[in-house]
Structure formats: C-alpha cells, structure tokens
Design a protein around this ligand. Structure first.
Ligand code: GLU
Length: 490
C-alpha cells in the first residue's frame, strides 16, 4: 500500500462529538498535507456499547464537515473490510500466532477469581494488576479447567523488566515501566478481540504509518507497541492529541451545551466554521493572526509540530463568532438556501410558501446578514418579516410609545408614506427626513417608534431597510396597529 497512511478509528458508541471531530480533522489535515491516504475504520467490537445507527450518523457528520475518507466503509479499498466486526477471523488467526510463539496464553481465571485478586491488591494498597497465574499452566491444569467447562480469554505475555518508550510526535518521549503492565487480555472469553489487539492487527494490516489519536489512549500505546514487537510488525509513528476542556477546565460534557457535530448542524452552524474553529483548538497556524481559514488553507500549512501538548479550552462564543464570519461571507442566495429549513422549523413559513418569494427573502436576509450568528438564530430573529409583532418590547414602549405626541407623529408618518409615488428605501428615508424637518424634531423621534411598531424591537436592521422589505401596505398597517396600541396606553 506504501506511502503515508493515516486512519481515524471511531467506536460507534454515540454521535461524533467535537473532540472526535477535531482528532479526525487533524488526521485528515496531516494526511492531505503529506499526500497520504486517509483511512476510516469503524471499531465496533464492543458489542454492548455499540449504538445501532451511530456509525452511519458519524459518517454523515464526516461528510458534512468535508472530511472525506480515501478508504473505508462505503468507498471500500485494498484493506477491506474496514469494520472490525467483519474482521474477526484475522484477530483469531493472529492471536493463535502469538500463542504458537509462546507470547500469548489461555487464561481460565473466572471473574470472581480476578475480583478476589484485585481485592487483595487493594487491601495491600498495591495497584490491582493481574498476577499472571495462568501464564505457565501445566497441561494437566489446562485439562482440568477445560473439563470444568471453564471459558478462557487469551492474554498477552508482557515483558517483566525494562521500559517501553513511546516516541510521541506531540509529547516527545514518554516512558512506561514494563513491570507496571500486567499480561493483558487480547481476546475475551466471548471470542472477541480487545481494543488494543484489534487496533494493532488492523493498523498493521492496513499499512498505517501514523497513528494520531486522542490523549486518553497514550497509556494504551506501550501495550500496542509490545504487540507490534511480538508479531513482529513494523511500528507506526504515534501522536496523541491533547484533550478539549470546557471553559472552566473541567471535562467537556452535556452541561456545557451542544456537543455533537449533529447538534451544531441543527443549531445552524456551518461546517466550514466548525472545521475552522476546532482546528484552532490546539493547533496554531504559522500565521497566528490569521483565524479564518478554509480546509484547503489549513491543509497547506498543517504541521504536527505546531499542535500543543496541553489541553485546549473550548469556547462556544468564539465558535459562534466564527460562524457569524462565515455567514457573512456567503452570497445571499446561498445563505437563503441554507436558511430555508430553519425558517421552516421556526414555523415562519413552509418551503412551498417561500418558493415564489425567493427575491423577497433575499432582500430580507441581506438586511440581517451582518448581524447573524447562527442560521437558527437568524431565522428566529427574522420573525417580524413574516408576521406583525405579537408584542412590543417593554422598555421600548416606555421610551418610545408612552409619550403624548407619538401617536400623532406616527399618524403623520403613515400619511407621508401613503403619498409617496414609489416605494423605495431612499424614498422612505427622504420622507422621514422631510417630515422631521417640517415638525422641527430630530429624525430619531420618528425612527424609534416606527421601528418598534414594525418589529416590536428596539434594535435590528436599518429602519428603511425594514420598511422597504415589508412593503408599503404592511408598513402602514403595522404603524396603524401601533397607533391603536398607544391610544389605549395613554
Ligand atoms: N476506537 C478508539 C476510540 O474511539 C480508537 C482509538 C485509536 O484511534 O486507536 O477511542
């Protein structure tokens, strides 16, 4: 298979969360930067933790983010299959190879016996580790256990002395004492491989040259290195990507809000913004002042040497800010396309209702684009374009409505607006400027109450933009409704 080969190997035990997406992204960037192949492998041997549709959902999320894999499920490839549940024979075969070499053995210990061993260690205030007592069973002992009908797991013989040194591309040299690593299970009594074993067999057979994965796996790496040496198989290079922490530096969890790529998608984040933001969680581009970068831009400059070895802190506000930047860059037509599902789910209009009003929608969106943060947020804040305000902002009412002459001024506004020959932004503005002059008042005295009348809010797009988009009839009718409201107030 040759050349640089990198893989991302998620376990389908949930949806793709931000941390997983970031690890996948670093894999992707590293591969593309170095002209290699990006392999996707689904590690689904932990039957109990596997969630039915999660592999499919994860793959959807990868595609949505633009992280397309060169080999893996769906696309296939020379190392097929790419799903561990379909590679069972290989694990059994190589477990047998190790047993034949005396580098693995059957362990007949029952869960109760193992628990008793752990308990003893706890009492003696020692780290609980397997004693290795099945390592040298006699043929007779083995026969006895078999006759008892005991099930067996297969354990790997770990070296008793020395160190195993991981030469990590991010963390540098990390040394582990071999005596701390007990003979560990490579095949469980149900015949399924453990993660450490399946991972090595697959990385080896798939010709993986670089293993980039989450920090939490660093302590697994010496175990995996021992297996490579025992097979023997060429060792890939390892890099462990630091964790992502919540703003309070605790472990990121549900209570910190949206976690999965799907959730972010449903809240109206753009894939480009997510990819850009998560890349900067732990990676510093060579030009650190340049924050907005496309996937292609990042591929050009990505280096593992610029990935930090310490945890990154996640800040949803920064992500939201970045999302706003990406929304601003969209052509209004494109933004409208992306926005329609959100307008629909905000209950403002259906796709069918919007179809003949595309140009109108584009005009409306243009007035809001600069302030947008997420698509969901944008759609919801456009409500006033679709229906008259159900209520008026309370502070706004006190400040702009509850004054003796406001109803009269608004009445004059409707009169000048209905007399205008053309309905355009400039004409609306001109009408308000002239009216303010002839009344001898500042324009604000007309603009603020009108804005409240039209949108129910005290902030938002420029008033004349709003008027233009709403159209003359709607504008006059909403001002009329506000006049009635004010008359009841006073
Ligand atoms: N299936 C493992 C996980 O999801 C993969 C670890 C690895 O990349 O080796 O954590």
């Amino acid at each position: 298979m040759g050349d640089l080969r990198v893989r991302f190997a998620p376990s389908p035990t949930g949806y793709l969360h931000i941390g997983g997406a970031r690890t996948a992204l670093f894999n992707y960037l590293y591969t593309k930067r170095n002209g290699g192949k990006f392999v996707l492998r689904i590690e689904d041997t932990d039957v109990e933790r596997t969630i039915e549709d999660s592999a499919e959902k994860m793959m959807e999320s990868f595609k949505w983010l633009g992280l397309n894999w060169d080999e893996g499920p769906i696309v296939g490839g020379p190392a097929s299959p790419y799903q561990q549940s379909q590679r069972q024979d290989l694990y059994s075969k190589y477990a047998q190879t190790l047993m034949d070499k005396g580098l693995a053995y059957r362990c007949y210990c029952t869960p109760e016996e193992l628990e008793a061993e752990r308990e003893q260690a706890r009492l003696a205030k020692k780290a609980p580790r397997y004693s290795g007592r099945c390592r040298n069973l006699t043929q007779e002992q083995t026969r006895e256990f078999e006759n008892e009908g005991r099930k067996y797991a297969i354990r790997f013989v770990t070296p008793d002395q020395g160190n195993t040194v991981v030469n990590d591309l991010i963390h540098g040299e990390v040394s582990f004492q071999n005596e701390e690593i007990a003979d560990f299970i490579i095949m469980k009594s149900d015949g399924l491989p453990t993660y450490n074993f399946a991972c090595v067999i697959d990385d080896w057979l798939m010709g993986i040259t670089h293993v980039l994965r989450a920090d939490e796996h660093l302590s697994n790496t010496p175990r995996q290195m021992m297996i490579y040496r025992a097979l023997p198989a060429p060792m890939p290079k390892f890099a462990h990507v630091p964790m992502i922490l919540a703003p309070d530096r605790s472990k990121l969890s549900k209570r910190h809000g949206a976690q999965t790529v799907e959730e972010f998608r449903d809240k109206g984040y753009l894939p480009e913004a997510i990819v850009n933001y998560i890349a900067l969680l732990g990676w510093t581009p060579p030009d650190a002042t340049r924050e907005i970068m496309s996937l292609e831009d990042m591929v050009e400059v990505f280096e593992l040497s610029r990935v930090s070895s310490t945890a990154a802190v996640y800040d949803v506000q920064k992500l939201t800010w970045m999302n706003g930047q990406y929304i601003r860059q969209l052509e209004p037509e494109e933004l409208v396309q992306k926005l329609i599902p959100f307008i629909e789910s905000a209950g403002l209009a259906t796709r069918e209702e919007l179809a003949p009003r595309k140009d109108w929608l584009i005009q409306a969106v243009i007035t809001m684009q600069e302030r947008a943060r997420t698509l969901e947020d944008l759609a919801e804040s456009m409500e006033f374009y679709f229906r008259p305000p159900g209520s008026y902002d309370e502070k706004g009412v006190k400040k702009h409505f509850a004054k003796p002459n406001v109803a009269g001024l608004l009445q004059k506004c409707t009169e000048v607006l209905s007399r205008m020959p053309d309905w355009s932004l400039e004409a609306c503005e001109h009408a308000y400027t002239s009216l303010a002059q002839s009344e001898g008042i500042g324009r604000g005295k007309l603009i603020h109450p009108t804005r409240l009348a039209l949108s129910g809010k005290t902030f938002g797009p420029g008033l004349f933009d709003i008027m233009y988009v709403l159209g003359r009839d709607e504008t006059i009718s909403r001002i009329g409704a506000a006049i009635q409201f004010i008359n009841k107030l006073l």
